[in-house]
Design a protein around this ligand. Structure first.
Ligand SMILES: CN[C@](CCCC[B-](O)(O)O)(CCN1CCCCC1)C(=O)O
Ligand SMILES: [Mn+2]
Ligand SMILES: [Mn+2]
Length: 304
């Protein structure tokens, strides 16, 4: 399958500037060359541009609502087009609020998709449970059908159609979950493999159980939303909300190898790379690690 590369230089889902430099940093680390070396054809769709919305005052406690809402409407359309053209869509972020648009867009073409959310965080606060008002901690709440009655309308989000069921979502890597998110995960029985399960079961068992939980028949299209802060901050330091005790380099690679083995990876987000938060060495380490983990999605074999 050809890979459709889409840059999403966006940062307004959180307060720290710099994630808009994520796409460039990952490109400069050689993502296109790496994919082509693996025999993968790459169609680079360039970077999306986003309109400046003035007077984007908070809606309730939600920050930059119109900017984030409008951006994700554009993201959704761009991803839909790429998937519709039969390409594997690789979205380079940008903060994780982009995943509302990428999953929404993917679901317009593949309504039967399942989501693997690899992250230190659950990113499922509603506007009412969020302690920060930063939308990168809320993207899933706007697209999960079962939360429809719990999410107030937010300026700029009128276009969103919930398109994901909680039974089609699985978390891997959780280690910093807010009380409201804990309540939602519990209430709706969302499958979640926190770092405790990773330690207890081992990553092999986690992947087996995770995929069996959301796709027992082994037939459904997979959307991977990969927040680089899922990995341990010692290997991806340049990110906005680092949390100790993350996935190791090898665990990250194993997750991607198992997803690649399904042959059903259709759409991949790479979120929360923030070059402005690290020094040169930290930024190089972050993008090199991201590439070495990500290339396992595209058939790079550790055994040669
Ligand atoms: C855990 N929830 C946070 C972080 C969301 C991270 C988004 B991601 O895309 O990087 O995963 C943090 C909320 N805490 C902030 C510090 C005080 C306690 C609450 C939020 O703001 O919702
Ligand atoms: Mn995170
Ligand atoms: Mn995230």
């Amino acid at each position: 399958k050809k890979v459709g590369l889409l840059g999403i230089p966006f940062s307004k889902g959180q307060p720290r500037g710099g994630t808009e430099q994520g796409p460039q940093a990952i490109r400069e680390a050689g993502i296109v060359e790496k994919l082509e070396q693996l025999g993968t054809q790459v169609c680079d769709h360039g970077d999306l541009t986003f309109d400046y919305i003035e007077n984007d005052t908070p809606d309730g406690n939600v920050k930059n609502p119109r900017t984030v809402g409008h951006a994700n409407k554009k993201i959704s359309k761009a991803v839909s087009d790429i998937i519709y053209n039969g390409q594997l869509c690789l979205n380079l972020g940008g903060d994780h609020s982009m995943a509302m648009g990428t999953i929404h867009g993917h679901a317009q073409v593949e309504p039967d998709l399942v989501v693997v959310w690899v992250d230190a965080h659950a990113d499922i606060n509603t506007p009412l449970t969020s302690p920060s008002g930063n939308i990168h901690g809320m993207p899933l709440s706007f697209i999960v059908k079962e939360l429809d009655g719990y999410v107030p309308t937010v300026k700029g989000f009128e276009w969103v159609k919930p398109c994901l069921s909680v039974k089609d979502l699985v978390y891997i890597g959780l280690r910093d979950v807010d009380p409201g998110e804990r309540w939602i995960i519990e209430k709706f029985g969302i499958k979640a493999f926190s770092m405790q399960e990773v330690d207890k079961l081992g990553i092999r068992e986690v992947m087996e159980q995770a995929l069996k939980a959301i796709d027992p028949s082994g037939t459904r299209p997979i959307h991977l939303s990969f927040d680089v802060d899922a990995l341990d901050p010692t290997i991806t330091p340049s990110t906005g909300t680092p949390v100790h005790g993350g996935l190791s380099f090898r665990e990250g690679q194993y997750i991607m190898e198992e997803l690649a083995n399904t042959g059903r990876l259709n759409c991949i987000d790479v979120a929360e790379v923030n070059p402005s938060l690290g020094n040169k060495e930290e930024n190089t380490l972050t993008t090199e690690t991201t590439l070495e983990v990500l290339n396992k999605c595209f058939g790079q074999k550790r055994g040669g």
